[in-house]
Unconditional design. Structure first.
Length: 143
């Protein structure tokens, strides 16, 4: 049995729209990470960046299950002594829901150049409107 490896020159990228309204944040992030990585393709090759472009809409309507809205905490560090800042998930989802989705997707991608390049193909919007109608994105329905 022979293995077919994908060449970067023959790569064809598509555009997909994922609607996060009413869906758990983590489950949506898994779907988006798999699309960005290209794992849904038949000719997926782990060492080639073969993912597609993904537009995520309605990030402000994504939900967190259980008690995560009150108990989950996002941390960031300024680099200074005592510079640890924390934000509750409820406040993060109210103010910066697109950034919460970005952090969730980023954590599910590899920590190398493939993952960093995949993050450049991710477009997040709080509302239902997006600025990529010219690319004719198709809706991703498989969950």
């Amino acid at each position: 049995m022979s293995t077919t490896l994908l060449k970067k020159e023959t790569l064809e990228r598509k555009w997909y729209v994922v609607d996060a309204a009413g869906k758990p944040l983590g489950r949506t992030a898994v779907t988006v990470a798999n699309l960005l990585r290209g794992k849904h393709k038949v000719d997926f090759t782990p060492n080639v960046d073969c993912g597609d472009y993904v537009i995520v809409i309605n990030t402000d309507k994504a939900i967190l299950t259980g008690k995560k809205m009150e108990q989950k905490t996002y941390y960031r560090v300024s680099g200074w002594i005592g510079g640890l800042k924390e934000t509750k998930a409820r406040i993060m989802m109210e103010n910066r829901s697109d950034y919460a989705m970005e952090l969730a997707v980023k954590g599910m991608l590899p920590k190398n150049t493939i993952g960093r390049n995949a993050m450049t193909r991710l477009h997040l919007y709080k509302g239902a409107e997006h600025a990529h109608a010219a690319q004719q994105p198709s809706a991703w329905t498989q969950d």
